[in-house]
Ligand binder design. Structure first.
Ligand code: SF4
Ligand code: SF4
Length: 474
């Protein structure tokens, strides 16, 4: 990592770390009401976040000169569901198996039974209805359309999904940032960052499923010339997934936690696009489509890369879903990438690699510019040339086909995935401040306290347990 603006790595020495760690663990066990814990968490964050979060001026991963933007045809979902890379028969079979098992096939097994499948289907319902192909990385699906309609004189369009002729002028850069981030929060985002459009993270081409279904393979791929405007900025939004649902990984209850946020993100990015269009700017709402959400989220300062390949956010760890809005609105200032020690922690941790049921995550100590996994010579799905941990998406996809739901064991096992109790946040900060040996210690402590265990079906009972919750109107 490069261009650190601040370096507070010596802010805590080992003795203080141990004191703080012990205090955090002991006080965490005290029965403090949840509301008080929330208040304490916020106070700790206010006072300490600045000491642990560093910013970068540039994208924080090294990039080799031969790096090329990723083709939409090489995304595992596009290949698995739409027949790109037919030579990879196992990938195509996994796609079919996943499609069949997801909501159409119940098992007797807890976590994959009718109740769990129904919960999962409800989670995905909005997303699958209004943008059915976006989760498969297909652009322009349903309400996540590229269309920038200019309303005709006197035409009445109650959805307001058209670009206003009159362009609102913000008084200054701060007003623009405040308004746009506040709107994203209002519409449901948990985190918002804004970055410049960067062609390195855009797909180099796009897939047209209509052409595939109509048997016109020659028309099934198209380029950026169809995009309606020259994007200047990308607004990236993150959505926290339910801790207890994700903790049940790998089950359909976990899938429901993911699907619920796919539904939320679709709603939010569509509303954001309408908001920008009504301000007179062009905007395209996107989920997994059009560009790579994770590097865009890193560039927009939402979190760090990780061994498992997912974004790790400061607030929610990897337990987030990401979406984005491309717009021609040009901000004067953009958010900067951040670092709080997650990538460094990954070097010693490897818990996600242990938890992965199919060995898709590398145990390499250091990140690399190329995949090192056993399928590296036919890994068309890995965008090579960025210094990071390369996972084997083929193996991951097989697992999804086998379970009939997205697995999520890596997220559930990660020490950064915690409910937001204040002593956990404290420990996360301490890990950011201290080097390798302390990380080993933290990894073990985390396991000792029972966090990150996967494949425990009792967690489903905990998910449904009404204890400590009230759903009533009184
Ligand atoms: S989702 Fe499951 S199979 Fe895929 S990398 Fe994570 S743990 Fe492994
Ligand atoms: S489980 Fe450990 S190694 Fe894996 S992403 Fe989380 S911190 Fe990194």
């Amino acid at each position: 990592m490069t261009d650190k603006k601040t370096d507070n790595s010596s802010a805590l020495n080992r003795r203080n770390f141990l004191k703080l760690g012990a205090a955090g663990a002991a006080l965490g066990a005290i029965a403090i009401p949840a509301k008080a814990k929330e208040t304490i968490t916020k106070k700790i964050d206010e006072k300490t976040a600045g000491n642990f979060i560093k910013t970068h001026d540039e994208f924080p991963h090294e990039i080799r000169d031969d790096y090329k933007p990723h083709s939409n045809q090489d995304i595992m979902f596009t290949a698995g569901f739409w027949g790109f890379h037919p030579e990879d028969v196992d990938v195509a079979n996994s796609g079919k198996q996943f499609g069949y098992k997801t909501f159409m096939h119940y098992e007797e097994k807890k976590g994959f039974d009718q109740l769990s499948k129904a919960l999962n289907a409800g989670g995905w319902a909005l997303h699958n209805n209004v943008s059915p192909l976006a989760s498969q990385a297909i652009s322009g699906s349903g309400i996540l359309k590229w269309d920038q309609y200019r309303k005709k004189e006197g035409e009445f369009l109650p959805h307001h999904d058209w670009v206003n002729e009159h362009q609102y002028e913000f008084e200054n850069k701060q007003e623009a940032t405040n308004a746009i981030k506040r709107a994203a929060k209002l519409y449901g985002a948990d985190l918002v960052g804004i970055t410049k459009r960067d062609k390195r993270w855009d797909y180099s081409d796009f897939v047209d499923p209509q052409a595939i279904m109509e048997g016109r393979p020659e028309d099934s791929v198209y380029g950026w010339e169809r995009f309606p405007f020259e994007p200047k900025s990308v607004i990236v939004v993150a959505f926290e997934m339910d801790y207890e649902a994700i903790a049940t990984a790998p089950t359909d209850v976990q899938g429901a936690g993911a699907g619920a946020e796919y539904s939320s993100m679709t709603k939010t990015v569509y509303q954001m696009a309408v908001f920008l269009k009504q301000l007179g700017y062009q905007a395209v709402p996107c989920g997994n489509d059009t560009g790579l959400s994770i590097p865009y989220a890193i560039a927009a300062g939402l979190g760090e890369g990780s061994r498992m390949g997912n974004l790790i956010t400061y607030k929610y760890g990897p337990r987030v879903r990401l979406a984005k809005i491309y717009t021609d609105f040009e901000f004067v200032e953009y958010d900067k990438p951040i670092e709080f020690g997650a990538m460094e922690f990954c070097k010693n941790c490897m818990r996600c690699a242990d938890a992965c049921p199919n060995g898709a995550i590398t145990f390499d100590k250091e990140p690399s510019f190329e995949p090192t996994h056993e399928n590296k010579d036919r890994s068309w799905y890995n965008a090579k040339g960025v210094k990071k941990y390369y996972m084997d998406a083929r193996k991951c996809f097989y697992t999804w086909g086998e379970f009939g739901t997205d697995c999520g064991s890596c997220m559930a096992s990660c020490p950064y995935n915690k409910p937001d109790f204040w002593h956990h946040r404290l420990v996360d900060k301490i890990t950011a401040a201290m080097p390798g040996p302390v990380h080993d210690f933290m990894r073990e402590m985390d396991q000792l306290f029972g966090y990150g265990e996967v494949g425990n079906l009792e967690k489903i009972d905990k998910f449904y347990d009404p204890k400590g919750r009230s759903y009533n109107g009184h």
